[in-house]
Design a binder for this molecule. Structure first.
Ligand SMILES: NC(=O)c1ccc[n+]([C@@H]2O[C@H](COP(=O)([O-])OP(=O)(O)OC[C@H]3O[C@@H](n4cnc5c(N)ncnc54)[C@H](OP(=O)(O)O)[C@@H]3O)[C@@H](O)[C@H]2O)c1
Length: 376
């Protein structure tokens, strides 16, 4: 009987405060505190909460949970007071969004958090105390040594070392590591130089709406006034707006550096990034220069990436056709192409990639992590 009780039932049981309960309470509490000694999720339909359900990543998570037939018992949609009470259509019914509070996670097995770092930090203990696993899309815990940072195609084993939280990496980093990992398994990588072309959707649902509205403003002769992003993206681009660090790289660029090193297990990897926002609605692109310890024949790189999990080659040199954001928007695969020898360095390759960062760069990756931990 004890083993079949859920954590919230255990708590309710103990709260009833009878003498007999005290006899059992010590062993019950010990068993609930050991919830994460087993990394796998329970072997049954799971009670799942999405914190940030009204956002861009939350929306994609809900679509993908359905599409991938994730074993859901109860689905709880959480956000701030701003969208509490709104209804979201899911699997033929309308589910109400609730404002997150201390009781939101009782009875929940798994929480996908996509509401920003402060929200993740605020609710981590409540989630874990309720016995739920947190798969976090924010940057709050990514560089914490005790938190695995997982891209399932690259370092799946790390997911099993969690202590209640697994971090989903930065979106541009996920897309890039899908390419770097299979190449580095053939010939070690020495240095990476990357420039990103990041869509409005990377800044959330409101930034996407802003790009549409400001584009209309420009086309109709009005002055585009941005409110969500610091400058108008309409017919414009600007360096990534995350805070500048002491070394004059922005936070997004340093996330790419540090997270790539952690995921690939290469703490000394030389890495430099320039991140740029571009007026694309959805899906990021990256121009990547990879220096290996020795020459990497282009054909071998092409074969390696063609066979890599989660990667698709789009490359036609005759027609000058290579990946574009529109090729991958709404799709799972990261598209790569224009793989070529760097004419300035015999040990380096140049390539171009595009990936849907709301999907593989966030929601899909998070669900794939959870799928690794399904018991059967
Ligand atoms: N967009 C991407 O491509 C992407 C990729 C990777 C990671 N991420 C990360 O995922 C997270 C969400 O990004 P997003 O693009 O989905 O943002 P978004 O579209 O702006 O959505 C934010 C969500 O968080 C909720 N929220 C905000 N403040 C909250 C609070 N105090 N308490 C509870 N809920 C709150 C919002 O609810 P309301 O509707 O109530 O405001 C909304 O549901 C961020 O940490 C972001 O860095 C995003």
């Amino acid at each position: 009987m004890v083993i079949s009780l859920r954590h919230h039932q255990v708590v309710a049981f103990l709260k009833s405060n009878c003498d007999v309960c005290h006899i059992f309470s010590f062993s019950l509490l010990r068993s609930s505190s050991r919830l994460f000694s087993k990394p796998l999720l329970p072997n049954r339909s799971l009670n799942v909460a999405v914190l940030g359900a009204s956002g861009a990543v939350g929306h994609e998570l809900l679509e993908l949970l359905l599409e991938r037939n994730f074993p859901i018992g109860d689905l709880r949609l959480l956000a701030s007071a701003r969208s509490a009470g709104s209804l979201i259509s899911w699997n033929g019914s309308k589910i109400k969004v609730h404002e997150v509070d201390q009781d939101s996670f009782e009875g929940v097995d798994l929480v996908f958090t996509s509401a920003g770092g402060n929200v993740s930090r605020k609710w981590r203990d409540a989630i874990n105390s309720a016995g739920a696993l947190m798969i976090d899309n924010s940057s709050a815990f990514r560089m914490d040594d005790s938190v695995p940072l997982v891209v399932p195609e690259v370092n799946p084993k790390e997911a099993f070392n969690h202590k209640g939280v697994i971090a989903n990496p930065n979106c541009t980093t996920i897309l890039l590591t899908l390419i770097l990992s299979p190449l580095s398994l053939k010939i070690p990588i020495k240095r990476v130089v990357v420039s990103t072309y990041q869509s409005a959707s990377g800044a959330g649902a409101k930034a996407m709406e802003e790009l549409k509205g400001l584009t209309k403003d420009v086309l109709e002769g009005r002055n585009p006034m941005s409110k969500v992003l610091p400058y108008s993206l309409a017919f414009n681009l600007f360096l990534h707006n995350s805070p500048l660090q002491a070394n004059n790289y922005c936070e997004e660029e340093m996330k790419m550096v540090n997270e790539t090193r952690k995921i690939l297990g290469l703490p000394d990897l030389l890495f430099s990034a320039t991140c740029v926002r571009v007026p694309v609605l959805r899906a990021h692109s990256e121009a990547v220069n990879i220096e290996f310890v020795s020459p990497f024949p282009v054909e071998k790189a092409r074969q390696t990436l063609s066979a890599a999990q989660g990667v698709e080659l789009i490359e036609n040199f005759k027609t000058n056709r290579f990946p574009m954001p529109n090729d991958v928007a709404g799709f799972d695969q990261v598209a790569v192409g224009r793989i070529r020898q760097d004419i300035s360095n015999p040990n380096a390759l140049e390539l171009w990639l595009c990936g849907d960062q709301i999907r593989k760069g966030a929601a899909l990756n998070a669900i794939q992590i959870a799928e690794l931990l399904l018991s059967s």
